[in-house]
Design a protein around this ligand. Structure first.
Ligand code: ZN
Length: 576
């Protein structure tokens, strides 16, 4: 590049003739719709920038305003928004840069306010000193013709490397609500479905909604607000809570209740000075928070859970109806929570829960939810309509089977009795705590054949799950795993993003009756640390759930144990 950084030069002040100028205006009209002063001036700026670049340079452009200037670039260069060679950095500054698309070296042409003294109409236009209707447009256009790019400065620039990178769309996802393809980086729903659509809702399922809400936070139907003193005989439009610190938080007044003379004082003591009353107005475009919460809770609730009905203060909780492992479809929960004006919160996926425990809660956020959003939210929860990517109820509790577990302890020293085995007591304690039983424990030396025979003996004894020390070695040729393979182990997964407990092995082995036994190879650290990857995986295996590479990968966030002096697992974030 011939221009040195920070060099500032005057640009060519060649004027165009009136005839040339008229041809330019005609071209601008054809491209931009009318001969906007900004586009015409922009044409001089772009030509000045092109002149300052060496011949034959492949260049990109940056416009620092979205007004007019980008059209001058698109008219006079191959750079467009669509091909990505023109980028708009909307600083609202009248400047355009062209630069070598590989090296980033180039020039910036800037309309210079300090050079406008001789051009009052141009100055007035740039600084918006007069309303557009009072502007002397012919005089302005003539000033632009005379001035050309002489009212600009031109500077050498070097574009930062990160701004030279090719634009990439990244991964594409299909929106589960509308089916459109959109950048996966935007989240689990496309942006229009998250409430950013510029278009009014369709009339479908929305009769009577009439006006679109203009208020922030979704708005609502126009309910009548009445001062408490005048509320006697009115019908309350929603529940109201009395909150006494440390005491109850029950609904003191419920929706539909008629206000009695004695209630006025109670409402005032609750800090209520105005209340919304139900006049029986047309609410057909809206869904009351109680109805919304009940519908959401029923749709959220899968096997092993039940909604606690009726709704209280617009909210419905789900409780576990049996002991087991809580399974939450986290992707769909995230998608649901991206729909405006609705919410659902759950305990952590993979938590062990007891019957009667609250596991999730849901509600609409405003008192009245737009029916259109209500429909969207229900569609997302309706697992039947989701295709194969998302399916099944969003929240369920899966009971742990009282499975029969066989333990295979490997290692020549332990086999010969030279070292005391610590593995069997640890595994036995953890298995019994989860309601499983131990069929048999087999000891085998570091010999593939004897390990194979040990596995077969455990299967013979009716083991549905085999837990071994197989994960203990970092050596991929470890005889233990060879022995397991010889016994027919398949679907092996080795290694999990968990600390402690990375060297975890998961697999399956065919049993004689056609069923499959699950296989868990436990890393050595399970003997020294109280909580390891085994504690995350064993409940899932007992619940009969698959543990896939994806499931393990997800555990990496939170997969580093905090190593508390007194372990509080599972009341900690390990593996979540
Ligand atoms: Zn969508």
């Amino acid at each position: 590049m011939s221009i040195q950084p920070s060099h500032v030069s005057d640009v060519d002040t060649r004027q165009v003739s009136v005839e040339q100028y008229e041809r330019l205006l005609e071209r601008v009209r054809g491209f931009h719709g009318y001969a906007a002063p900004g586009v015409v001036l922009g044409c001089f700026m772009v030509e000045a920038a092109k002149d300052a670049l060496p011949e034959g340079v492949l260049f990109d452009a940056i416009a620092e305003t979205s007004w007019c200037l980008p059209d001058a670039v698109q008219m006079l260069t191959p750079c467009t928004i669509g091909n990505g060679w023109l980028k708009v950095r909307n600083f609202g500054i009248y400047a355009v840069s062209l630069f070598n698309k590989h090296t980033g070296g180039g020039v910036r042409v800037r309309l210079a306010p300090e050079r406008l003294a001789a051009y009052p109409n141009l100055r007035c236009w740039l600084l918006k000193l007069k309303p557009k209707k009072d502007q002397d447009t012919p005089a302005l256009m003539e000033e632009i013709r005379v001035a050309g790019a002489s009212v600009c400065t031109i500077t050498a620039i070097q574009v930062r490397p990160e701004h030279l990178e090719k634009r990439s769309k990244g991964a594409i996802a299909l929106c589960p609500l509308c089916g459109d393809a959109y950048p996966a980086s935007h989240g689990k729903l496309c942006r229009p479905c998250r409430g950013e659509s510029p278009f009014a809702d369709s009339a479908e399922g929305n009769e009577g909604a009439g006006e679109q809400p203009k208020e922030p936070f979704g708005g609502g139907p126009r309910l009548r607000l009445v001062p408490v003193q005048q509320a006697v005989g009115e019908r309350l439009a929603h529940d109201m809570t009395r909150i006494e610190p440390g005491v109850s938080k029950d609904a003191a007044f419920v929706r539909g209740q008629i206000v009695e003379p004695g209630d006025v004082c109670r409402l005032q003591r609750m800090g209520r000075h105005n209340i919304y009353v139900d006049d029986g107005q047309d609410l057909s475009g809206w869904v009351h928070e109680d109805e919304a919460a009940q519908a959401f809770a029923q749709a959220l609730s899968g096997p092993g859970t039940a909604p606690i009905l009726p709704a209280r203060e617009g909210k419905v909780n789900l409780e576990a109806v049996e002991d087991g492992l809580l399974v939450v479809d986290r992707d769909r929960l995230e998608a649901f929570n991206l729909i405006p004006d609705v919410m659902a919160a759950t305990r952590r996926d993979g938590s062990l829960v007891k019957r009667g425990m609250r596991v999730a809660g849901t509600r609409a956020i405003p008192l009245h939810l737009r029916r259109e959003l209500f429909g969207k939210a229900l569609r997302l929860l309706d697992h039947g309509s989701m295709g194969d990517t998302m399916g099944g109820p969003l929240v369920r509790v899966v009971p742990l089977k009282p499975a029969r577990i066989g333990i295979l302890v490997t290692g020549t020293e332990v086999f010969q009795g030279l070292i005391e085995d610590k593995f069997k007591p640890v595994i036995t304690r953890k298995a019994l705590a989860l309601g499983a039983s131990i069929t048999r424990t087999v000891f085998a030396p570091d010999d593939a054949g004897q390990i194979r025979d040990g596995v077969l003996a455990l299967l013979e004894a009716g083991s549905e799950i085999i837990i071994t020390t197989a994960g203990m070695s970092v050596d991929p040729d470890d005889v233990t795993r060879r022995g397991l393979a010889e016994a027919g182990a398949t679907d092996l997964l080795y290694g999990a993003p968990l600390l402690p407990g990375t060297m975890l092995l998961l697999g399956r082995i065919a049993r004689e009756n056609g069923a499959q036994a699950r296989l868990i190879g436990v890393p050595a650290c399970a003997l020294f640390f109280q909580t390891t990857s085994l504690d995350l995986v064993l409940p899932r295996v007992l619940a009969g759930l698959e543990v896939t590479r994806n499931d393990l990968a997800r555990m990496g966030h939170g997969g580093m144990c905090m190593e508390c002096k007194a372990c509080t697992f599972p009341k900690c974030p390990f593996g979540h």
